[in-house]
Each structure stands twice: as structure tokens, then as C-alpha cells.
Design a protein around this ligand. Sequence first.
Ligand code: UDP
Length: 366
Amino acid sequence: MKYDYLIVGAGLYGAVFAYEAARKGKSCLVIDRRDHIAGNIYTKEISGIQVHEYGAHIFHTSDKRIWDYINRFAEFNNYINSPMAVYQNELYNLPFNMNTFSKMWNIRMPQEAKEIIAGQIAGLKITEPKNLEEQALSLVGEDVYRKLIKGYTEKQWGRDCRELPAFIIKRLPLRFTYDNNYFNDRYQGIPIGGYTAMIKKMLENTEIKLGIDYLEHRMELNAMAERVIYTGQIDRYFDYCEGVLAYRMVRFEHEILDCDNYQGNAVVNYTERDVPYTRIIEHKHFEFGKQQKTVISREYPSEWHQGEEPYYPINDERNNAVYEAYRKLAAKEKNVVFGGRLGEYRYYDMDKVIGRALEVAERELK
Ligand code: UDP
């Protein structure tokens, strides 16, 4: 039997493509080298709690078309992400907003906060921020940068803030209202029942084989399909001929605790350099869980080595240039489409992944 599509990777990108292809009557085989579907948005039920095994994922988008689309596969709860940040013994609200500034400087009014920040950045003379440090300083000033950004970012990325691209910090809203919503998007929530169930629904009409490494069986697998949708690491596909793309990895220590509420919030960031983890996730609070136990995960960022699970692409100049070389090679592969976080080497939010997969599906499945 020959499939129309072999989809390499059972994550969000692959699942959206598979759903669209099945809808158009195409036959697909989805494979994944891991023993589960859903890629890094995989959730696993532990003590009745959906645990985000590869890190917390909160769905958010301003695109109504994508929101309507994803709601076909799951009902979303009304969770709004409002992380807390701990710096030494001080507790702050995130993202940077009037609650943060009020606690930091004992003030109440937006104008006071603006004046303090303006005073802290007046001497810096940053016109066009060239890196993350300049971007952060020019937005929030010295105090917020030093307490809530520098340590967290440097341990998260394992690099000096001056060597990191400014766009990373642009993900975070800055507002002068008392609003702790981490995202500016119109729609937000967590799929009730977990992300794995959502992906399972997308793949309902598609054949799936797990525990298969595409690149180790490339010849046989290619012979089974007309076209390939590849969502794995693009450099590995080309046998690293243009160099190895770097990633940042995160390691989780999951723990089941015999208490019903450990930290009172789903996400608490530890912004000091000396605390070895960046955040503690308490999963039940993503779904307003009432269980007697709780599951927490400490998130430790670390260097990534070949063979390990890649998480965050590091989109600095060097890696972007290497990726560009691979992109050119990819364009010459007539029967293969490269997509998703690893296939396109992009720090993608979930809604953007869906958007890209739909775009490609529309082009492919005409
Ligand atoms: N960040 C920070 N302090 C925080 C939280 C985030 O400086 O308490 C910065 C940091 O540079 C991080 C970026 O904002 O890499 C994006 O954080 P986010 O939580 O959006 O990233 P993700 O959830 O994708 O890991």
C-alpha cells in the first residue's frame, strides 16, 4: 500500500496536517520516534491531574479562525495565565504591570511608574535595542531588569543577555494597568482533558506508528508514500552537513505531593540566578483541580546535546545563518515539506504552528 503522505512527527503541526489531509480523502501514515503522540505538548494523567510532561503549554491566540479551529478538537477552559515571580524573598506579579511596579516601588499611579522607568533609562541612550538586555532596559528600566529579567533569562538561555536576540523579550507584555494576564491575546485556555486527547482527536482517522525513527529507516519509509511532511530537526535530516543547530533544553523534576495546594498558582518563576530552576509548575491549577494530591514540576534549563530531545531553537545570528543554509537545501527536496518548530527552527507559539500547518495543507491539498 502506498500512502499519499508520510507525516514525520505526531506533534501539533503533524496532527493538523494529518487532519486536513484525511478530510480531503488523502491516506496518511503518521510516525513518531517517541512512544507517544502530541510531541512536546504531550500531557499525561497522574493522580487525576493532566501533567504537562515537556513544560507548560497555555493556548492563546488573537486569530478567531484558529481559535474556532482548535475548539473542534477540545473544549477549552477559561484559565488565564498569571504567573508569579520570586526574587529573593520578594514576590511579584507578572507580566510587568502596575501590580509589579506598585510592589517594586511602593507606588500606586501609572504616571509614577512611568517616571521612575524614564529616570532609570534616561542615561542609557538606547535608540534601537541591539540585544535582549538593551531591549529589556529600554522598556522597564534597571530595577525590573535586574530583579525579574536578567537572572531568569541568563539561566534559561545559558547566555549573557547581551548575546541574546531582543525578540525573545518582546513576547512579554508591558502595561501600566493592574492586569496580570500574561498574554495580550483575545482567546486563551487549556483543553479540558489534556492536550494528548486533543491531538488524539485530530488523528482519529489517521494511521499512527510510534517508536519509529524516520531517519534510521528513510529508504523504506520514503518508498511507502508519495510525499513526506517532515517536522523533525532540519539539520539532522541533512546529516548536519551545514553544521549543528543549537537548542536549549529543559529538564523536569516531577513530584507528587501529599497536599492539595503547594504554591497557590500554576506558574511561579524563580528569577534569581542562584536558584537552579527557572520555574515551578503546579499542574492542577491549569484546570482548577480539586484533587487531594498535587503534582509539581521544577524546570531546569540546560545545554542540549545531540541525541537529546530539543526544546527551544536558539535564534541568534549564527544559528539563523546555519538554518538559512538548510532552508535552501530543503527547497530543493521536491517531495518533502519541512514544518513546525524543529523543521523551520522557529520559537513558535502553538497558534502559529497551527496557522503554518493550515497554510501548507491548503497549498498541498488543493
Ligand atoms: N522572562 C523573564 N523573566 C520572567 C519570565 C520571562 O525575563 O520571569 C523572559 C525570558 O527572557 C524568557 C522570555 O521572557 O526567555 C520568554 O518567557 P516565556 O515565559 O514567554 O517563555 P516560554 O514559556 O516559551 O518558555
